[in-house]
Design a binder for this molecule. Structure first.
Ligand SMILES: [Fe+2]
Length: 308
């Protein structure tokens, strides 16, 4: 398929255009209302990157870092495929990843899952750059005593080592959760597991497309409507990123690389704060309503699930 794409580009004289397109990042922000998300989390900005495919001939790190400097977010997620080549040293990819994430400093951290190009042995290098890999496990963001869970599974496409039930262990049934997976192929399991938002990549949106973005090939075991952009399945809001990098060849056609910020909108009423104990009421009563409101609206730092 890589060879066919290269031949097609050179036969049509589109090689240069496709190489330039591979670095023409499209940045978008989308509003995502989630039914089970409390208003406490309203306007939380989730930066979604996918399929970086680092260590290729594309000089991705410099231009990408420049673009990311203009992006603000509360938490960042990377849905797999850090590597360009499935084998060989990760050193160059690690250097590029380090340069890219240095420009990010989201208060709730950078979380990721592995893709079909990645190796388990790369985890230490990836985590040394400040990116936490969720390998069939979960973590949470906490604000005012309420939690939003990030649930990450191993690659469901090639290795098929995803274990969503295990990843959800310890996640309370009523708490909202975002699933990070490399590909969209778990859309049915996600609905059963009451996933609120499903973020993934893998398909590259086709990468080499026809005018209008029509993809001749999409390598995923799911209907095409789940293979690119926003979708919804049985209560699950999903987004399949076209990805940031390119695989096989350093080229894209009618399918620009994308960086997405999902601005979450909570629609559920926030939990009523616990009534202060009599001791607290006597000793530390707020001096004014303003002070009380300030105390209640302060954010809590990111916490990690016990034992994970
Ligand atoms: Fe990929």
């Amino acid at each position: 398929m890589v060879r066919s794409a290269s031949l097609l580009l050179s036969a049509t004289g589109l090689t240069r255009l496709a190489a330039r397109s591979a670095l023409a990042f499209e940045v978008s922000e989308r509003e995502t209302p989630l039914r089970r998300l409390s208003r406490t989390f309203s306007d939380l900005r989730v930066l979604h990157l996918s399929d970086l495919h680092l260590g290729s001939r594309l000089d991705l790190a410099g231009p990408l870092r420049q673009v990311l400097e203009e992006v603000t977010c509360d938490v960042a997620v990377i849905t797999g495929d850090f590597r360009f080549r499935e084998r060989g040293s990760f050193d160059r990819a690690r250097t590029e990843l380090d340069a890219i994430v240095k420009g990010l400093d989201p208060p709730y951290g950078i979380h990721a899952v592995l893709g079909n190009h990645d190796r388990a042995a790369d985890m230490t290098d990836i985590e040394s750059c400040g990116v936490r890999i969720l390998m069939n496990e979960s973590t949470f963001i906490e604000r005012q005593g309420e939690r939003l869970w990030l649930v990450g599974v191993d690659d469901p496409h090639l290795y098929r080592l995803d274990d969503l039930p295990r990843a959800l262990e310890g996640v309370p049934a009523d708490d909202p959760r975002i699933l990070l997976a490399h590909s969209p192929e778990l859309y049915q399991e996600a609905a059963q597991a009451q996933i609120d938002l499903y973020l993934c990549g893998h398909t590259h949106g086709g990468q080499i497309c026809l005018p209008g973005g029509l993809a001749p090939f999409v390598q995923a075991r799911c209907p095409r409507r789940y293979a690119r952009g926003a979708w919804c399945h049985d209560g699950v809001e999903g987004y399949t990123s076209r990805g940031v990098g390119a695989s096989g060849i350093g080229a894209r056609l009618f399918c620009p690389p994308e960086i997405v910020v999902h601005r979450l909108v909570g629609t559920k009423e926030p939990r009523v704060p616990d009534r202060p104990s009599p001791e607290r009421r006597e000793g530390t009563a707020p001096a004014s309503r303003t002070e009380k409101l300030t105390a209640v609206s302060e954010s809590e730092p990111l916490a990690t699930a016990p034992g994970k």
